[in-house]
Write a new protein. Structure first.
Length: 269
C-alpha cells in the first residue's frame, strides 16, 4: 500500500507543487486614494504572469496583497482555493488566523528590488536561515539544500562570502536562492532588476528564466519588456489601480488595444 505523497517529507531540492492564485474584485485604498480599483486576476499553476505598468499604478501593492502584507478593504484572494481575503462587498468572510496566514505566506516567495539580504550573515546562512527558523529543515539539511540552490543560481563558490562582497546581480541571485529555500508554490518578483547596473541585469533574468521553464508559478513585475515577451504566458497591463489589458505577450505587447498600453509601451520600448 502506498503512503499519500502529501505525508512524506519532500527532498529539499524538489520543485514545490505550483500554486494557483485567484484575485477577485480587490479594492485597496489609503484615505481617499484608490490604489487598487477592482482587480480580477487568475494565475494558473505553473503559469508565468508578467505585470507591467507605469510607476504608481498599484503593481507593488497587488503583490503585497497576494502575500498578505496588505489587506484589501474589499475583495478576496485565494491560493489553491483557500480564501485569504476578508470581505466581499461588505459581507464578512471567514477571517484566517494569524497562524494560517503565516502558513500561506511561507508558501509564497518574494524577491524585492533591493535584495534585502541579511548583511551580517554569509550567503549560505542567508539561504539556509528560513528553512531552519520555520522548522522545515534541520541545520545540516538546510545547508546542504542551500548549497544546491546556490549552485542552481551559479554562486556555489560564494557560500562563505558576505552580501557586501558581492555585486548587485550576485546579491539578487542569492535572494532568489533564498526565496527558493522555502520551496514556495509561487514566487513574486517586484522589479527584480531595477536596482541593478545594466550589465548585471542579464544574469538575474537568466536565473528567473530558468525558474520560468521549470514549472514554478511566477508573478513578475518588471519593465524589461523583451524579457516579458520571452518568458510570460500572460502579460498584464496595470494603470491607475486597474488591469486595463491582459493576454499573451504577442497580443498585449505587440498589438496592444488600449491607448494607455500603447502609450506606455512606446515609452519603455
Ligand atoms: P507601483 O508599484 O505600480 O509603482 P505602488 O503599488 O507602489 O505602485 O503604489 C500605488 C500607489 O499607492 C502610489 O500612488 C503610492 O504612493 C500609493 N501607496 C502605496 N503604499 C502606500 C501606503 N502604505 N500609504 C499610502 N499610499 C500608498
Ligand atoms: Mg512598485
Amino acid at each position: 500500500m502506498s503512503t499519500p505523497t502529501s505525508q512524506l517529507p519532500r527532498p529539499a531540492d524538489a520543485d514545490a507543487p505550483a500554486l494557483a492564485i485567484e484575485i477577485r474584485d480587490v479594492h485597496k485604498w489609503y484615505g481617499a486614494h484608490r490604489v487598487l480599483d477592482g482587480i480580477d486576476l487568475t494565475v494558473r499553476p505553473g503559469e508565468v504572469t508578467v505585470i507591467v505598468g507605469p510607476s504608481g499604478s498599484g503593481k507593488s501593492t497587488l503583490l503585497r496583497v497576494i502575500n498578505h502584507l496588505e489587506k484589501p478593504q474589499i475583495g478576496h484572494v485565494s491560493l489553491n482555493g483557500e480564501l485569504i481575503g476578508v470581505r466581499r462587498h461588505g459581507e464578512r468572510l471567514k477571517e484566517l488566523s494569524e497562524r494560517a496566514i503565516l502558513a500561506q505566506r511561507s508558501r509564497i516567495g518574494f524577491v524585492f528590488q533591493n535584495f534585502n539580504l541579511f548583511p551580517h550573515l554569509t550567503v549560505l546562512e542567508n539561504v539556509a536561515a528560513a528553512p531552519v527558523a520555520t522548522g522545515l529543515l534541520r541545520k545540516p539539511e538546510a545547508q546542504e539544500s542551500a548549497r544546491t540552490l546556490l549552485g542552481r543560481v551559479g554562486l556555489a563558490d560564494k557560500a562563505g562570502a558576505y552580501p557586501r562582497q558581492l555585486s548587485g546581480g550576485q546579491q539578487q541571485r542569492v535572494a532568489i536562492a533564498r526565496a527558493l529555500a522555502l520551496r514556495p508554490g509561487v514566487i513574486l518578483f517586484d522589479e527584480p532588476t531595477s536596482a541593478l547596473d545594466p550589465e548585471l541585469v542579464g544574469e538575474v533574468l537568466a536565473v528567473i528564466k530558468d525558474l520560468a521553464t521549470s514549472g514554478t508559478t511566477l508573478v513578475i513585475v518588471t519593465h524589461e519588456i523583451g524579457f516579458a515577451r520571452e518568458v510570460a504566458d500572460r502579460v498584464v497591463f496595470m494603470d491607475g489601480g486597474r488591469i486595463l489589458e491582459q493576454g499573451p505577450p504577442e497580443q498585449v505587447l505587440d498589438r496592444p488595444q488600449h491607448p494607455r498600453t500603447q502609450e506606455f509601451l512606446s515609452k519603455v520600448l
